[in-house]
Write a protein that binds this ligand. Structure first.
Ligand code: NAD
Ligand code: MN
Length: 498
């Protein structure tokens, strides 16, 4: 697939068929209301297919199926080694359908197909594999009580896990939630973002083919204010794993309080700082990664390094490097392997980003990009955009834009850099570039972020927890720690004649 030409990808996309029905209790079904909405390709404006518009009634149906499956133990009481075998079959199926999974995300939300096929789709297989392989290697505890008492401390699945996910990495966000929740023995009801539901629906179909029993993995596409809200308010959902904006994350906390006190795990927004010190030896590598950190996936990355703090003595030279990289990353057809950036997810997001850009032109120094463009006369595309000399309190430097827009802010001292970096409601990720070891340790120690990357960018792996501090949310995806979200600690105390 890595050698496919633009024509190859276009002909494969043209040959694709889409499933837009909901997946409930092991079957594709229409929404009970019969309603549908359009799934749109933002690179062309074309309607890909009609998708079931699930609402409260469908969510009730899916939760009931998930509960029934959990109660009769068809998955929850399966031996961990057997669950592992089923999940590993799903891994094989994702890998066998890699091209299709990549195309679904690329067509649905505009990301480069070359990224989808090298990052997103293989990532999904990898994360499922990682959790599958972990299931029969995680042990429980026996408390040190002494003779006469046996106190078992075990982790048990919660029951029905609701998951509500965003559109920026549709397949991977569904995977981060579902792989860990399913590995732990739960049933799952997933509501994917309305902008990009197709890969999650295909994933559910593959899961069924792999042998995940009916009712264990359900996908209910629909809108946030109907299907998402119904899942958040449901009295029989035990845990709600959310990835999306901070505003909606707060809403899920309220839904929980208004309903059954379900656990809520919000992974929310970010405005991540990238600190480049003059003692960084390889400023070209730093610039390459700074550009990747804000322009990868059109800047639609929760941990995007959207605030670039550069030591004043090298600031102008570094900005020159950034301008050159921005100019080399102009957007193009997501199906063209030569394109360096894809389309913005939809018209609304494109207009929202452009409002920041237009305001920025009046309040900061635009040095690259700044225009909405079309590709072949169509679509939602924005040039990689850089503003220099942005005031620290400018909305450009403060608000999550979620697009390819970088704000450059000079600093004079290490202390000032750290203070500005931490002066944010968010705390998802941060990066530091320096070849001074003590400075690297000192600064990363002080940065308030879930992940600090030193001399790299957006470090992320299945082995390490991912999530935020402050209003970037709490709870962690990935790593064994993610299993803590989807299990309860249970003490079983047995008295015996010693
Ligand atoms: P969003 O919050 O608008 O939507 C996320 C999900 O919530 C969607 O499925 C949506 O349908 C649903 N939703 C919307 N309104 C709702 C409501 N009133 N009730 C219930 N559900 C509702 O976010 P988005 O625009 O899809 O995604 C972008 C956001 O996601 C950014 O803020 C980004 O930082 C964040 N994000 C965070 C992470 C992370 O791990 N921290 C990862 C990716 C994206
Ligand atoms: Mn779409």
């Amino acid at each position: 697939m890595l050698d496919y030409s633009h024509e190859d990808w276009k002909s494969r996309a043209a040959g694709l068929s889409f499933r837009g029905q909901a997946f409930i209790d092991g079957k594709f079904v229409d929404a009970a209301s019969g309603k549908t909405f359009d799934s749109i390709n933002p690179a062309t404006g074309a309607v890909l297919t009609q998708v079931a518009e699930c609402d409260e009634e469908d969510v009730n149906h899916a939760v009931a199926a998930a509960r029934a499956a959990f109660e009769d133990g068809r998955w929850s009481r399966m031996a961990p080694g057997d669950r592992k075998a089923v999940m590993l079959k799903l891994v094989d199926l994702i890998r066998a359908n890699l091209e299709e999974m990549a195309l679904l995300d690329s067509l649905d939300m505009g990301k480069l197909v070359t990224d989808a096929v090298t990052v997103d789709a293989p990532g999904s297989a990898h994360f499922f594999q990682w959790y599958a392989e972990a299931i029969d290697k995680v042990y429980d505890e026996v408390a040190p009580t002494g003779p006469g008492d046996l106190a078992l401390v075990s982790r048990v699945p919660l029951g029905v896990v609701g998951a509500v996910t965003p559109w920026n990495f549709p397949l991977d966000m569904a995977t981060w939630k579902a792989a860990a929740a399913l590995a732990a023995g739960n049933s799952v009801v997933l509501k994917p973002a309305e902008q990009s539901p197709l890969s999650a629906l295909r994933l559910a179909e593959l899961a069924a083919e792999a042998g995940i029993p009916d009712g264990v993995f359900n996908v209910v596409p629909g809108f946030g204010t109907t299907a998402g809200r119904a899942l958040g308010l449901h009295m029989d959902v035990d845990c709600l794993a959310f990835t999306g904006s901070t505003a909606i994350g707060k809403m899920f906390m309220q839904y929980s309080g208004q309903s059954n006190l379900k656990q809520v795990w919000p992974e929310t927004g970010g405005k991540s700082p990238n600190l480049v010190f003059a003692d960084c030896e390889d400023l070209d590598a730093a610039a390459d990664m700074a550009a990747f950190g804000i322009f990868f996936n059109q800047g639609e990355v929760c941990s995007a390094n959207s605030r670039l703090y550069v030591e004043r003595s090298i600031k102008d030279a570094f900005v020159e490097k950034m301008i050159a990289r921005a100019q080399a990353m102009q957007p193009g057809d997501p199906l063209d392997p030569m394109s360096k950036m894809g389309a913005i997810v939809d018209e609304k997001q494109t207009q929202g980003i452009m409002r920041f850009v237009e305001d920025g032109k009046k309040t900061a120094n635009l040095v690259a990009g700044g225009e909405r463009v079309t590709v072949d006369g169509k679509g939602c595309f924005i040039q990689p955009t850089i503003f220099d000399d942005v005031a620290h309190d400018n909305p450009l430097a403060r608000d999550e834009i979620f697009g390819p827009v970088l704000s450059v802010i000079p600093f004079d001292t290490e202390e000032q850099a750290v203070t500005m970096a931490n002066d944010s409601i968010y705390g998802l990720a941060a990066s530091v570039w320096t070849d001074n070891l003590s400075r690297a340790c000192r600064v990363s120690d002080k940065l308030m972020a879930g992940t600090v990357s030193v001399n790299t960018m957006d470090a992320l792996s299945a082995m390490t927890p991912f999530g935020g501090m402050k209003q970037s949310g709490f709870g962690r995806d990935l790593s064994l720690h993610s299993l803590e979200k989807y299990t309860a600690l249970k003490t079983t105390w047995i008295k015996y004649k010693a």
